[in-house]
Design a protein around this ligand. Structure first.
Ligand SMILES: C[S@@+](CC[C@H](N)C(=O)[O-])C[C@H]1O[C@@H](n2cnc3c(N)ncnc32)[C@H](O)[C@@H]1O
Length: 325
């Protein structure tokens, strides 16, 4: 299938590098110090080629150009996290500030985020890791004692190979295992959970689900100029589309979690639409899962929600609702 065309609706996720107050997580390194494009351009020639000088005399990039946005992502990963990634053209290109925010929320959840708390070992599951394998790579860089199982849709083997290569190239093969989900009609496939010692509890799972229900939905949003800014990053249909959209994907995750219960301590997923949040909360209530909550993350003008639920006896302590994290 051909790649989805880039969106025409764009905004600068760093809001011109100057917008204050930032609504990124309080530990997000870009909250107080947005990237300095002029400095990055002097250090990274490939990035320099994508910059132009704005009317204020500073270097900037064209946020409507997928290649420039991709180069920015690669440069930030190199400069700030010592990560060298291959993100093939026409695959979803992660925006680093919002990926970091999700990781910081998980740190808050499992209690490793405060500097006074000793770093603890954790096992995470990243559902639908994509070619970039972005969440496990960033999370393991920030938390040296964490390990990950990352899953990909088996029908898209090229992405899984690139993800494995990205892990190996950054010396993280002993910490991150990339597995194929052999049955893409499931989310928490038993084969994946069985790949971890049965007595080992997975501390958390995270997921950035395919967002849209169909290519028609994308065209409609594009026509109404209502696509979120990250859509410029040229995701493939298999990355962006799932029958029933993100709500049904997460509802399936909830239904499957009823089987696995405490095998995973904290179940979490991103949601891009408030209407999806309402639908999935209804399913949690119907299934009498009362230990749940959600929090908001916000990059530039894009708001997203992280839903969290658990079968463990530990009550969710994270602030619920639109949070001042
Ligand atoms: C929106 S992309 C997120 C990619 C990456 N985690 C990120 O944040 O950039 C969703 C990913 O989930 C994968 N996916 C969809 N259904 C899946 C399933 N049933 N099991 C595993 N992965 C799946 C897609 O192939 C795609 O790579």
């Amino acid at each position: 299938m051909p790649p989805l065309p880039p969106s025409t609706v764009l905004s600068d996720p760093f809001e011109g590098e100057t917008a204050l107050p930032s609504r990124l997580h309080r530990r997000n390194r870009y909250r107080a110090h947005p990237p300095n494009f002029t400095d990055l351009a002097t250090r990274y020639p490939e990035f320099a080629q994508r910059t132009r000088i704005s009317s204020s005399g500073r270097a900037t990039i064209d946020f409507q150009d997928p290649l420039s946005v991709r180069e920015l992502t690669l440069t930030l990963l190199k400069a700030d996290f010592n990560l060298a990634l291959d993100i093939p053209r026409h695959t979803l290109c992660p925006m680093i500030p919002n990926r970091l925010d999700y990781i910081h929320v998980i740190e808050d959840l499992v209690g490793t985020g405060s500097s006074h708390i000793e770093q603890r070992s954790m096992i995470g599951l990243d559902i639908g890791t994509g070619a970039s394998c972005i969440y496990p790579l960033l999370a393991c860089r920030l938390n040296p004692h964490w390990k990950f199982i990352a899953t990909g849709k088996y029908i898209h083997k090229p992405s899984i190979s690139v993800a494995r290569q990205n892990v190996a190239n950054n010396g993280l093969s002993s910490k991150i295992q990339v597995l194929e989900n052999p049955d893409p009609t499931t989310v928490l496939n038993s084969l994946i959970l069985d790949s971890v010692d049965r007595d080992t509890q997975i501390d958390f799972c995270m997921c950035n689900p395919p967002f849209y229900g169909s290519s028609d939905e994308i065209s409609e949003l594009r026509d109404n100029k209502a696509l979120p800014p990250f859509a410029v990053c040229e995701g493939q249909p298999h990355e962006m589309i799932t029958p029933g959209g993100e709500a049904l994907f997460v509802i399936q995750m909830i239904t499957e979690s009823l089987r696995w219960t405490t095998r995973i301590k904290w179940y979490t997923s991103l949601l891009g639409k408030y209407s999806s949040l309402e639908k999935v909360i209804e399913v949690l209530n119907t299934n009498k899962i009362h230990n749940y909550g959600f929090t908001e993350i916000c990059q530039g003008s894009t708001r997203r929600w992280i839903l969290i639920w658990s079968f463990s006896g530990q009550r969710l302590l994270i602030k619920v609702g639109p949070a001042q994290l």
